[in-house]
Design a protein around this ligand. Structure first.
Ligand code: NI
Length: 170
């Protein structure tokens, strides 16, 4: 088990489209163990493989409120197949954009299909925070970030701030 480094914007890998997993093998399961360890360590409630630089369609999510009541979800090749008409607003953040939070409007519910860590096809109906996190994480697999839903001014301001920080650190 390894806690991996989480990429932050403006790392160009975060804008890439991740490739589907063709076989759920031990390599994939090892990566999933690392993703959970990295997410819990951060701490965060969702993490996509691309955020540790692995461009494959794998997500881990845990929105449990109590740290000792874990509810881990592994979603491989997730696909959102239905959205509710109702819109919900949640304050979102992202481990790749640390310490920045903004309200984002998304469908309040969604249905997602995916393979679990055994390669079994599953379907999950999501509401509330889980629906938001699933949509946020699936976006990562297509190179999309939650700041893309904000005004251009806000997006440019936060991108500029992180670009400056990255330059200073290098
Ligand atoms: Ni994120």
């Amino acid at each position: 088990m390894t806690i991996r480094e989480i990429l932050t914007i403006p790392d160009p890998r975060l804008r890439k489209v991740s490739a589907p997993v063709t076989q759920v093998d031990d390599g994939v399961r090892e990566l999933i163990v690392d993703l959970f360890a990295t997410m819990y360590d951060a701490p965060g409630i969702g993490l996509a493989a691309v955020q540790v630089g692995v461009l494959r369609r794998i997500l881990v999510i845990d929105v449990a409120k109590e740290p000792d009541e874990k509810e881990p979800h592994t979603l491989i090749n997730p696909e959102i197949v239905a959205w509710s008409d109702e819109i919900g607003v949640h304050e979102e953040g992202c481990l790749s954009i640390p310490d920045y939070f903004e309200e984002v409007e998304r469908p309040a519910g969604c249905t997602v299909t995916y393979l679990d860590r055994e390669g079994k096809r599953c379907e999950m109906e999501c509401e509330g925070l889980l629906a938001t996190v699933v949509q946020h994480e699936v976006d990562h697999l297509d190179g999309k970030l939650f700041i893309d839903y904000l005004s251009r001014l806000k997006r440019e301001r936060i991108t500029k701030k992180f670009t400056k920080q990255a330059k200073r650190a290098s």
